[in-house]
Design a binder for this molecule. Structure first.
Ligand SMILES: [Zn+2]
Length: 118
């Protein structure tokens, strides 16, 4: 339908640092809340906070920090606590940490060479 020409130039501007900071701060708050609700056994709420944190990260196109990436299941968005609803295995051959969500069985793999520093 629309034959309107767009004269907008493609902007490849970098995100201002203040925006990155605000988003990271919000994500941190949401993950803290997720942990708190998980401890209170309100799993639906903790899941909801993980969902919101991911949504913010996607909206602003700012990736989650690696410490948060390993705290939830990418498939079912459960907040994961090793020993309760997740297991952690290290694979020295692959130099990877494998986190298995006990709810849906989804396995997430992390290379640990670069993550060891954090
Ligand atoms: Zn899962």
């Amino acid at each position: 339908m629309s034959k309107k020409k767009s004269f907008k130039k493609r902007q490849t501007r970098r995100k201002p640092q203040w925006q990155v900071d605000i988003v990271n701060e919000r994500i941190e708050i949401l993950f803290n809340l997720a942990k708190k609700e998980f401890d209170n056994k309100r799993f639906d709420l903790s899941k909801r906070y993980v969902y919101l944190a991911r949504k913010i990260s996607m909206k602003y196109n700012i990736p989650l920090k690696s410490i948060y990436k390993r705290q939830f299941c990418k498939k079912c968005e459960n907040y994961l606590v090793p020993g309760i609803n997740a297991t952690i295995r290290t694979n020295s051959k692959e130099k990877a940490i494998i986190i298995t969500c006990l709810d849906c069985g989804h396995k997430t793999r992390f290379g640990y060479s670069k993550d060891l520093k954090t």
